[in-house]
Design a protein around this ligand. Structure first.
Ligand SMILES: Cc1cc2nc3c(=O)[nH]c(=O)nc-3n(C[C@H](O)[C@H](O)[C@H](O)COP(=O)(O)O)c2cc1C
Ligand code: SF4
Ligand code: SF4
Length: 476
């Protein structure tokens, strides 16, 4: 759609008839885009407004308005698509049409900038470029920066300020210049807005986190004996529990599969540390919370870590607390390296960056917990993900034994049998066998020292992931 939009600006090059038909195509795609993302409209008055969401809502509303104006004024002066109507047109309509259309350029840039992180991740996944190649990554960043710098020059060259604020309705293009320069100029102008939005929000969110961190440091600490109960396949949860333990005095760490729930009686505050599995939580977390239904007098917290997109998992976990009548003060989410790499590209080089970033968030979460921070946990924009979770629950909650294959590199070390939290693996006549109680934690897959355990035939050449900051042998 963005490429067609750029073509629509090139009416001096394409001619008026092509301009109108390109415009029609842009609108068809615009409507399709809106239909696909219709939940945005449904949830507009629901949930909490973060800075990002507020900017997104304002930008989207402005885009819808702008596109509507461009469509209406475009149709009213059509000479090709609606030629048979012989509409009068006029300079005023033309002025409104072009001014609104030019506003579409920065607004589309801001819109893309708000989703840039998602776009980059998606491109990496599809293309298989996982940031392993540092030179390639630096080259991509430098190119993008130079292109944006070109966009600043192009903004002056194309007289963008006048087009946006003075309502110029004429756009001249010197025909001696190559047409490709026009497209490059328009794309680069949009890139400027993508850049500015992406980095401004990144900086603002970071500042907000630091501000919050200072704010919570000033509140009174409520001393409580705290149990940090975690479930983990590849160590992110263990890492998180250890960091919290360092920041919360009088706290102890418990590994959920091995926990004796009677021990928790001594604790006043219980923190459930869970991974996000298919926009929800692993079945073991649901079962664990059910088993705690006698602990209604305790103060609960939830911490969910996710790899790429947590959907509405926070609210989903809240409903599980509610069903078991457990009072949960708050649930926090944080991003840690993705371990569901069966069908995705393993995170590789981003691991360090992500873990460094997660440390700052963990410190903030610890500060919130020790002051007994309480907040309303609301549904977010992605509440439809709950449905996806429920529909697929039976598929992802357990990995069927047929999905696992063990290659002959297996040296029968027995580690997978030892670490499986569901006691789902056994050795029979020197063969590794899987049963049907799998929790889909992927510990066996990632931690097998010879990478012998595979998911169907899809993972033979894939790198495995384990959190590099923890000794996974101590995870028990
Ligand atoms: C079966 C499975 C499903 C997952 N589903 C999601 C998901 O829906 N969204 C997401 O962002 N991450 C998902 N992940 C990634 C994990 O939540 C994330 O990598 C987490 O930090 C792993 O923690 P651990 O190292 O303690 O096991 C999934 C991981 C697994 C194994
Ligand atoms: S951990 Fe790997 S090498 Fe060891 S027994 Fe299991 S499959 Fe074989
Ligand atoms: S079989 Fe593997 S993936 Fe399943 S629960 Fe055991 S360790 Fe986790």
């Amino acid at each position: 759609m963005t490429l067609l939009l750029l073509c629509a600006y090139a009416y001096r090059i394409t001619g008026d008839a092509a301009h109108e038909w390109i415009g029609v195509c842009v609108f068809v795609l615009f409507i399709a885009h809106n239909v696909i993302n219709r939940t945005w409209y449904k949830t507009i008055f629901k949930g909490k407004y973060t800075l990002r969401r507020a900017v997104m809502t304002a930008c989207n509303a402005a885009l819808v308005f702008t596109f509507a104006v461009v469509l209406i004024t475009g149709l009213l002066q059509s000479r090709a698509v609606l030629a048979f109507l012989h509409l009068p047109g006029g300079m005023l309509l033309r002025g409104i049409h072009t001014t609104a259309a030019y506003w579409g350029l920065p607004l589309t840039g801001v819109h893309l900038g708000l989703h840039w992180g998602m776009f980059v991740k998606g491109t990496r996944k599809i293309s298989g470029m996982n940031g392993e190649n540092r030179a390639r990554m630096v080259a991509a960043k430098v190119t993008a920066f130079l292109f944006a710098a070109f966009g600043v020059w192009a903004s002056f060259d194309r007289d963008m300020f006048a087009k946006l604020f003075l309502g110029f309705s004429f756009d001249y293009w010197d025909e001696s210049r190559p047409a490709v320069l026009f497209f490059a100029a328009m794309l680069s102008i949009m890139t400027v807005y993508v850049f500015v939005t992406y980095y401004t929000l990144k900086i603002a969110e970071r500042q907000k986190m630091l501000y919050k961190s200072n704010m919570f440091s000033e509140l009174e600490v409520i001393s409580m004996k705290t149990a940090l109960c975690y479930f983990s396949g590849t160590g992110n949860g263990f890492d998180l529990a250890i960091k919290l333990n360092e920041n919360i005095t009088d706290s102890s760490i418990f590994y959920i599969p091995n926990i004796d729930i009677n021990v928790l009686n001594k604790y006043e505050r219980i923190v459930i540390i869970s991974p996000v599995y298919c926009f929800g939580v692993p079945i073991i977390i649901k079962q664990f919370l059910q088993s705690l239904s006698n602990y209604k007098n305790k103060t609960f917290y939830g911490i969910l870590r996710f790899g790429g997109f947590s959907g509405n998992a926070k609210y989903y976990l809240k409903t599980i607390f509610d069903k078991n009548n457990l009072s949960c003060n708050n649930i926090y989410t944080l991003q840690m390296p993705e371990n569901y790499t069966l069908s995705f590209v393993p995170p590789e080089k981003h691991i360090d960056k992500q873990l460094k970033k997660s440390r700052i968030t963990i410190e903030l979460i610890a500060k919130k917990i020790i002051v007994n921070n309480k907040d309303r946990i609301r549904k977010n924009l992605f509440s439809f993900c709950d449905r996806i979770h429920e529909i697929n629950a039976s598929k992802w909650a357990t990995m069927s034994k047929e999905y696992f294959t063990v290659t002959d590199k297996c040296n029968k070390c027995g580690l997978c049998i030892k670490i499986c939290p569901a006691k789902n693996i056994e050795m029979d006549n020197e063969n590794i066998l899987f049963k049907e109680n799998c929790l889909a934690c992927l510990a066996c897959y990632h931690r097998c020292p010879t990478c012998s355990i595979n998911y169907k035939d899809k993972t033979y050449n894939k790198k495995r992931y384990v959190n590099p900051h923890v000794d996974l042998n101590k995870m028990e």
